[in-house]
Design a protein around this ligand. Structure first.
Ligand code: SER
Length: 316
């Protein structure tokens, strides 16, 4: 079973490749991205907006499963909405078309809490709330979810997805998202002891630590199809505000100072859920997050400090 990961040098991709290789064998997982990264082979340069190169790679490696992670995130998407549409929707359509034509069995699609708009219950937002996003990123993710449904129903491609909350990770920083502050604050705390946050102190958003994010994708794709009531599931691990994560980090770095200077990303965050109801995923395929806020903060700081210590002890 050969697996292709697109966007493999990105925040999730760079770690998912390692997790998949450990589980299914290193030579079974083909990493791909638009630019070269430092991932070990097999690696292919791949622009997913160009269908012919997707066809070529899928046929060359006889790919049977695609984790399609290449996408533009919410804040970058608001700066150039037309590009966000072209990259996010265009590339998904390419992947789905190649999948149905070349016998790919499964496709994984990372959706987002951004599919919801301000008109739904913002606390414990349910799976079946109406999807009226106010960002182009959200529009592309709702479209993506509909395409997942369509290709499953019409062509029998087994497409599955998760509505990820903000993802916190220690290896590759995210780029262009509204929840990125929750990663930036760790680097700033460890390196400088001060951080200027682009969201208000009381902005509550759903979040998840990378190990849970990776496990969720793998578990969803391994779940028996007969158990699934939905193609794309709500998923969450914790919810916190910038003020709360700063307080948790201060338990380890008491001197951390945080200033709040909200910018255009505040309006995006204000249109999203504060917390998510992920009970359908728990019921259908046994989803359960492992990391809460204190556990995540402890692990993140240990990793970043470990890396810092290693850098300092390496002679230049
Ligand atoms: N983390 C993403 C973003 O902020 C949400 O899907 O854009």
């Amino acid at each position: 079973m050969s697996i292709l990961v697109t966007g493999a040098t990105g925040q999730i991709g760079s770690e998912l490749v390692g997790a998949l290789r450990q589980r299914y064998g290193a030579d079974q997982v083909i990493a791909s991205a638009r630019r070269p990264g430092n991932l070990p082979a097999p690696f292919e340069l791949l622009d997913v907006t160009d269908r012919s190169t997707v066809e070529k790679v899928v046929s060359q490696y006889k790919i049977r499963v695609i984790y399609h992670l290449a996408a533009v995130l919410s804040a970058t998407g608001e700066q150039d909405p037309q590009r966000a549409w072209n990259v996010n929707v265009g590339s998904l359509l390419n992947v789905l078309e190649v999948a149905r034509n070349q016998g790919v069995h499964q496709v994984f699609f990372p959706s987002s809490i951004a599919v919801f708009g301000p008109n739904v219950p913002r606390d414990r937002t349910p799976q079946e709330a109406c999807l009226n996003p106010t960002t182009m990123y959200g529009v592309t993710k709702v479209t993506g979810e509909l395409l997942c449904d369509y290709y499953t129903r019409k062509y029998g491609v087994d497409v599955r997805g998760l509505r990820y909350p903000g993802i916190i990770s220690s290896e590759t920083p995210p780029g262009g998202g509204t929840t990125d502050y929750a990663v930036e604050i760790f680097y700033a705390a460890v390196e400088k002891g001060t951080y200027t946050c682009f969201l208000r102190e009381d902005t509550r958003l759903p979040m998840m630590y990378m190990p849970d994010c990776l496990r969720a994708a793998i578990e969803l794709l391994e779940a028996p199809n007969s158990r699934l009531r939905y193609r794309v599931y709500n998923i969450t691990a914790m919810s916190f505000t910038p003020g709360e994560i700063a307080a948790e980090i201060r338990k380890h770095i008491p001197g951390l100072r945080v200033e709040y200077k909200p910018d255009f990303r505040q309006a995006i965050a204000d249109s999203w859920p504060r917390s998510i109801d992920d009970s359908p995923g728990r019921d259908d395929w046994g989803w359960k997050a492992e990391y809460n806020l204190p556990q995540m903060v402890e692990d993140m700081l240990a990793r970043l400090r470990g890396r810092q210590a290693k850098l300092l002890s390496t002679p230049s």
